[in-house]
Design a protein around this ligand. Structure first.
Ligand SMILES: Cc1cc2nc3c(=O)[nH]c(=O)nc-3n(C[C@H](O)[C@H](O)[C@H](O)COP(=O)(O)OP(=O)(O)OC[C@H]3O[C@@H](n4cnc5c(N)ncnc54)[C@H](O)[C@@H]3O)c2cc1C
Length: 405
C-alpha cells in the first residue's frame, strides 16, 4: 500500500465509548496509542444517552467525575413503569454503592467529546478522525497492523496490538476471520424526539405498557426521547399504516403527548434500531482483540450498551497497559480480557432476553389488558426493597470494573 506508514504500541479502530475510553486509559498509563474514527465528528443519530453509576464510578476513579457532571445533563434516581394504568417504581438507584447513585442522561456526543478532549491532552494519544480502518495486516498468523483510509489518502499503521472497537457492524472482526453468533431478538425499536414543556409535563423516565404497545420515555429538560417497541421486522407494516396512524398509536398510549405529535413530520424523524444480540466465542487472536459492541451487541433493555463497552475498556486497560508499555504482550494477555468480560456480557444478555421474552413480546401480542398487573410488577409495588435489585443490575451490572492503572 502507498501512503504514510506509522507505528504505535496500540491502534484502536472506532472512537465510540469503548475505543475512546480504552485509548484514554492506555495513553494515561504511558502506552503510545492511536484511535481511528471514520466519522468527522461525534455528532450522529441518537445512540443512547445513559451513563450509569458503573461509568460514573470509573470517571470518579479517573478524577473526572465533577468535571463531567458540570456538562448539561439530567439525573434519574428511579425508573417507573405505567403497567396497564398502574404506575409502579421498577428500579430505585438511590441506594447503590456508587459515588453518585443515579443515572445520568447526557447526549452521547457530549460524552465522547469529553473523553476525547481529556485524551487529546495526553502526549502519547492520537485521534485520527475521518479515518476508516479497512483491513488487518498479518504476518505469519499474527496481526501486525491496519490499512486505513484517511480524509486525504490511505495510510498503513503497524501496532503491537490492534483493537476492534468499531461497533456492532465491525469491519475488523470479519477481517480477523472471527465469527459472532447472532442470538436474535423478538423486537425492534423506533426512536424519536418530542418537545417537552417542563410546566405541562411531569418529569419521569420509564415505560408505558398497554395491550399491543410499549413506549419508553426518557425525560430531558425540553424534550422527550421516546422509544416505541415494535415486533421484529415489522417496520414496513408500520410505514404502510402511515405516519398519522403511528401518531394516533402514540397518543393512545400517552395522551399527554398528543398536542406535540404533529412535530413528527416524516419518517426521517423516526429512526429504527434493529435490535441485535450477539456473542463472540473468540475475542482475540495474536495481536488482535475485539471489545464493546464488536464483541457483544446488546439489546436496548436497561440501556446498558455504552456502560458495558466502557467496562470492557477498563478491564482491557487494566490487563494490557503494562505488557503493552513494556513490549511483552502475549496472546494469553488478550485471552484474559475475554475471560474477564464475556461472562458479564452473557449474563446481562440472558437477563435482557428473559425480559424481551416474558414482558416485551407478550405485551406486543396482547389484545386486552390483563385483569391484574403481572406478578413481578405487584411484587415491586408491594416490597420497595426489591426495587434495588433491578437498580443494581442496570446501574452497576455484574462484575463491575475499577481503574487499577
Ligand atoms: C438507536 C440506539 C439507541 C441506543 N440506546 C442506548 C442507551 O440508551 N443506553 C446504552 O447504554 N446503549 C444504547 N445503545 C447501544 C450503545 O450505543 C452501544 O452499545 C455502545 O455505543 C457500544 O459502544 P462501542 O464503542 O462498542 O461501539 P459504537 O458506539 O458503535 O462505536 C463504534 C465507533 O466506531 C466507528 N467505526 C465503525 N467502523 C469503523 C472503522 N472501520 N474504522 C474506524 N471507525 C469505525 C463508528 O463510527 C463509531 O464511532 C443504543 C444504540 C442505538 C443504535
Amino acid at each position: 500500500m502507498n501512503g504514510p506508514k506509522h507505528h504505535h504500541q496500540c491502534c484502536i479502530a472506532g472512537g465510540g465509548p469503548a475505543g475512546l475510553m480504552l485509548g484514554y486509559l492506555l495513553a494515561r498509563a504511558g502506552v503510545d496509542v492511536v484511535v481511528l474514527e471514520k466519522h468527522a465528528d461525534f455528532l450522529r443519530d441518537f445512540r443512547g444517552d445513559t451513563i450509569h453509576p458503573s461509568t460514573l464510578t470509573v470517571l470518579d476513579d479517573l478524577g473526572l467525575l465533577d468535571k463531567f457532571l458540570a456538562l448539561p445533563h439530567d439525573e434519574i434516581e428511579e425508573l417507573t413503569a405505567d403497567v396497564y394504568g398502574e404506575v409502579i417504581t421498577v428500579a430505585d438507584f438511590r441506594h447503590l454503592p456508587a459515588p453518585r447513585p443515579f443515572l445520568v442522561l447526557v447526549p452521547q456526543w457530549d460524552f465522547l467529546d469529553f473523553i476525547a478532549d481529556e485524551a487529546r491532552a495526553l502526549p502519547n494519544f492520537k485521534l485520527l478522525m475521518e479515518t476508516k480502518a479497512e483491513r488487518l495486516i498479518e504476518q505469519d498468523g499474527v496481526v501486525v497492523g491496519v490499512d486505513a483510509l484517511g480524509p486525504e489518502s490511505p495510510l498503513r499503521i503497524t501496532a503491537d496490538l490492534v483493537v476492534a472497537a468499531d461497533g456492532r457492524h465491525t469491519t475488523l472482526r470479519e477481517s480477523a476471520g472471527l465469527q459472532s453468533q447472532d442470538i436474535g431478538a423478538p423486537i425492534d425499536v423506533l426512536w424519536f424526539r418530542l418537545p417537552r414543556d417542563p410546566e405541562r409535563h411531569p418529569y419521569r423516565t420509564g415505560g408505558i405498557l398497554r395491550p399491543g404497545a410499549m413506549l419508553v420515555m426518557l425525560s430531558r429538560q425540553n424534550y422527550w426521547q421516546c422509544a416505541f417497541v415494535i415486533p421484529k421486522g415489522s417496520l414496513a407494516e408500520v410505514h404502510a399504516q402511515g405516519l398519522v396512524h403511528f401518531r394516533r398509536r402514540i397518543a393512545a398510549i400517552a395522551p399527554f403527548l398528543a398536542p406535540d405529535l404533529d412535530t413528527l413530520t416524516g419518517w426521517d424523524d423516526v429512526k429504527l434500531l434493529s435490535v441485535q444480540i450477539s456473542d463472540l466465542a473468540q475475542w482475540s487472536r495474536p495481536g488482535f482483540l475485539c471489545i464493546g459492541d464488536a464483541a457483544h451487541a446488546m439489546s436496548p433493555v436497561g440501556g446498558v450498551g455504552i456502560n458495558l463497552a466502557i467496562q470492557d475498556a477498563v478491564a482491557a486497560a487494566n490487563l494490557l497497559a503494562a505488557p503493552l508499555r513494556e513490549g511483552r504482550l502475549t496472546p494469553e494477555d488478550l485471552e484474559m480480557v475475554q475471560k474477564r468480560r464475556r461472562w458479564p456480557a452473557r449474563v446481562t444478555q440472558r437477563v435482557q432476553i428473559a425480559i424481551q421474552n416474558t414482558v416485551l413480546a407478550p405485551t406486543l401480542a396482547r389484545e386486552e389488558a390483563p385483569e391484574h398487573p403481572p406478578a413481578v410488577a405487584r411484587l415491586l409495588q408491594r416490597f420497595p426493597l426489591l426495587r434495588r435489585l433491578p437498580a443494581r443490575l442496570v446501574g452497576i451490572g455484574v462484575r463491575p470494573e475499577r481503574v487499577r492503572i
